[in-house]
Design a protein around this ligand. Structure first.
Ligand code: GLU
Length: 352
């Protein structure tokens, strides 16, 4: 009897110590959206797979040692390949993230996401989450069932980035293949390689390696961040489309968008946001119809300069600064919920 009692006391004490240690660990909520990181294939040696098949709790189960560094829980927000990412899922993610921080349910959030549109989601969240607590996106290039699947390592690294004290106040980040990237700058650079991301204008801001996180730089616009854009469940995002420019392109797509009465058009122009005469005339028609036209570039790096080869004041266009067309679209959609004034919109592109 005495022996049984002492065993019970030891057990209770051990459980208490475990609970206390667990309490002290940083709390991370993983918001899962699907993607290859949750993908399952028919066999380990084939690249083909279905994205978003594996539930988040199973993904967390692939990195058991993470329990020593963080108290983790997972929520399934969606289960899609990120080519099927939608504005509705973006809103759901953002609203849940803001709720988590407002109610102090976690110290950091990790979002698992397909890589195809990860940069767009990262930038969207960056613009609408006002908290300085870390939000880190990650994913994988190989499905969980593949040889050398990169998902578990990327997820583990993203958690180490999310709980690192130096991550606070850096806005939304992407952690991938040991690189840490700013949401505004990051871009998918490879269709299939595991080193899929880069920031062509600025490079990565840090590195996650062996459970350690090192930062080398800080994004300038995160040092003095502009006012976040307010997003609620009722926010209706305007329609903004992207048109790609190429040699001898006819302007039919722009005229089609005018007929659709879209709110904004981003042109992925050539070089410094240039386009041909057919586009020029169609852009004039779009501007006359009250559509905001933003000049971006199909070139992966550099900025589009206001009033350069094209006189924006005369034409009535704005420029994307150094945002890619896909990110300029995200910013224009959100900025249009605040103002339709071209000068103010341009100012937003120069400061966000
Ligand atoms: N199309 C998939 C997606 O974006 C594959 C890319 C990936 O996740 O790596 O979800």
């Amino acid at each position: 009897m005495k022996k049984l009692l002492s065993v019970l006391v030891v057990l209770v004490l051990t459980l208490q110590v475990q609970a206390q240690t667990q309490e002290k660990l940083p709390r991370v909520i993983i918001l899962a959206t699907g993607g290859t990181i949750a993908g399952a294939g028919a066999s380990a040696d084939r690249a083909g797979y279905t994205a978003g098949k594996i539930p988040i709790d199973d993904l967390i189960g692939t990195i058991p040692s993470v329990k020593k560094i963080a108290s983790i829980s997972g929520e399934q927000i969606a289960s899609v390949g990120s080519q099927d990412m939608t504005i509705e899922i973006w809103k759901k993610l953002a609203i849940r993230a803001n709720e988590i921080f407002a109610k102090n349910e976690a110290d950091a959030i990790v979002v698992t996401h397909g890589t195809d549109t990860q940069e767009e989601t990262a930038y969207f969240l960056d613009l609408v989450i006002p908290s300085d607590k870390p939000v880190v996106l990650t994913g994988s290039m190989r499905p969980a069932t593949a040889i050398s699947a990169d998902g578990p390592k990327n997820l583990y690294d993203a958690i180490t980035v999310a709980i690192n004290p130096e991550t606070k106040g850096r806005g939304v980040l992407v952690s991938f293949n040991e690189g840490i990237y700013d949401a505004r700058e990051v871009m998918k650079m490879s269709t299939t390689k595991t080193d899929a991301f880069g920031s062509p204008n600025t490079g990565p801001i840090g590195q996650a390696y062996d459970g350690r996180v090192e930062y080398y730089s800080r994004a300038v616009r995160e040092v003095n961040p502009p006012k976040p854009i307010v997003l609620t469940a009722d926010t209706k995002l305007p329609r903004v489309d992207i048109v790609y420019m190429y040699a001898d392109a006819p302007a039919d797509q722009i005229d089609f968008l005018i007929s659709k009465k879209v709110d904004g058009i981003v042109i992925a122009g050539v070089g410094n946001g240039n386009f041909n005469k057919a586009y020029m005339e169609a852009v004039k028609r779009a501007v006359k119809a009250g559509i905001i036209v933003c000049r971006a570039s199909r070139a992966p790096s550099g900025r589009v300069v206001l009033h350069d080869e094209i006189n924006d004041e005369e034409l009535g266009t704005i420029v994307s600064d150094d945002l890619t067309a896909q990110k300029a679209r995200v910013l224009l959609m959100l900025a249009l919920t605040r103002t339709k004034d071209k000068k103010q919109l341009q100012e937003i592109f120069f400061t966000y």
